[in-house]
Design a protein around this ligand. Sequence first.
Ligand code: F6R
Length: 611
Amino acid sequence: MCGITGYIGTRDAVRTAVQSLHQLEYRGYDSAGVASAAGGCIRIVRATGKIAALDALLEGSAVTSGAAVAHTRWATHGRPNEANAHPHQDCLGRLAVVHNGIIENYAELRHSLRRRGHEFASETDTEVLAHLLEERLRTSPTADDLLAAVRATAAEVTGSYAMAVVCRDLPDTIVVARQDSPLVIGLGAGENFLASDIPALLPYTRSVLVLEDGDVAEIGPNRVRITDAAGQEVERKPMEVTWDASAAEKGGFTHFMLKEIHEGPVAVRETLRGRLMADGAVELPDVAITPEQWSHVRRVIIVGCGTAYHAGLVGKRLMEELLRRPVEAAFASEFRYSDPIVGAGDLALFISQSGETADTLAALREAKRRGALTLAVVNAVGSTLSREADAVLYTRAGPEIGVASTKAYLAQVAALACLALYLGRSAEASADARAALARSLAALPEALAACLDRSDEVAAVAQALGGHSCFFYLGRGYDFAAATEAALKLKEISYIHAEAYAAGEMKHGPLALVEPGVAVVGLCTQAATHEKMLSNLREVKAREGTVVALINDSREAPPEVDHLLRIPETHSALTPIPALCTLQLLAYYVALARGCDIDQPRNLAKSVTVE
Ligand code: F6R
């Protein structure tokens, strides 16, 4: 997501913080900014686009000693423009804040701050932090006062944050806090550094303190004092980083794809944050569709390309199950030229990670032209799709760098499940059915973490499968929807031919292809069709294909399989999420065994902006 850096010491604080920011460029961002506290004032410089634009603005400016915090923003609230770029300030211009994460209760806080006379200069959630701090800081505050103000502000907000604050009265202090968003302090001699990710620190130091959730810390050139949420001083032991810079960019993972698969639990948790309530109700406060508009929706059409379309296939089943209304799913490239029957009364959903896919955009324009209500389910804030649709439901997976989409798919399915619960709140599906789905949805981050804990088992299966020349992924119902994405993942990064089939279709032709050297991955997570899946796998085994079964933890291992992959129990409609986490890992390890260029597979681009 966004990046934070900071510096305090005798170097040029602004330039050091900004140079450090360059080490985080690989994460993707849309604007950058820096704030320094020196000479009794706060100075802020911000630019949209690349950090180079910020460098250009700083060129020739005087050296700043003191404290500086810098930020790369990847928009979550408000468009990617200069006003929304961090750092943000209070009304008096006494302090500046940078922040990663999402403040869930920002709308209420903003409303009450406004009533108390605060004026806002941006559309961001972050700015509420600056105004809340302003109310808690007396004139000429000490470092202790700032620490206490940050702690009290942190207690007032809900959501995730890593924040860093500088104050014009305290040029030798930076105060930071973290909750559910990483923050590390780099230790130097007579200087200290701050970053959201270790790579930013590596040009300067390898001695790193990793803050824990609830920590609030005060950093000076020669001091780091950490307190817990209750204000008690705590000790965090520094660690010595031994990775090289490129491994550190990937968080110690060998590829961005692997790192992003491991970010799946966070991507899903962030997507649900502030939408799925503790009582199982779903609220979509950020989706600009009025109750009146929702009430006119008679039919849903889901449109996307590649992985996004595959997420749509899960969404289609889920919505039909909950709403008991027909829901269609279409490839954007087909929809746009199909003279589609779409118009008033239809909700057309456009799913996209980048929000820039040419076919999806053209399909959106066509649906709008014909009078449908359009909703974009998009990851990239401020993208063309998000701007052109009537409303947006953001997946909050963070930037995806590996060409093969991984965490974005998980977040898309989670967002569609939220939408299904929201649309189905007054539909025929029983309250019990909705509550069961909501409970499983809330438990998904843990289920995904459990899948990731089994990476070694998946890698061992992949090792055994690497020599196969052809893969089938079979499933029924939700498993078939998941199989389409699993097959795409394998083919795009390993270059092995892989196809998804509705398991019942095998006998109608494709079974002719099964012979030794062909691997068949059977997704067997659906109770209603479990026995049927097993008999499909027996048919494969009888023709000497290699059989891999993906089953729920509660199931006994079927005798006819060569390899077994297990996933934690979840609601049947949500199994594509843990299933894909495991099958993304499988594709990754097969491609790794074959020595493929995993993050940039041949012939493919991350964003397909041409037809
Ligand atoms: C596959 C993949 C592609 C994209 C497709 C749509 O791993 O990434 O199939 O899903 O090009 O891209 P977006 O979601 O950006 O519209």
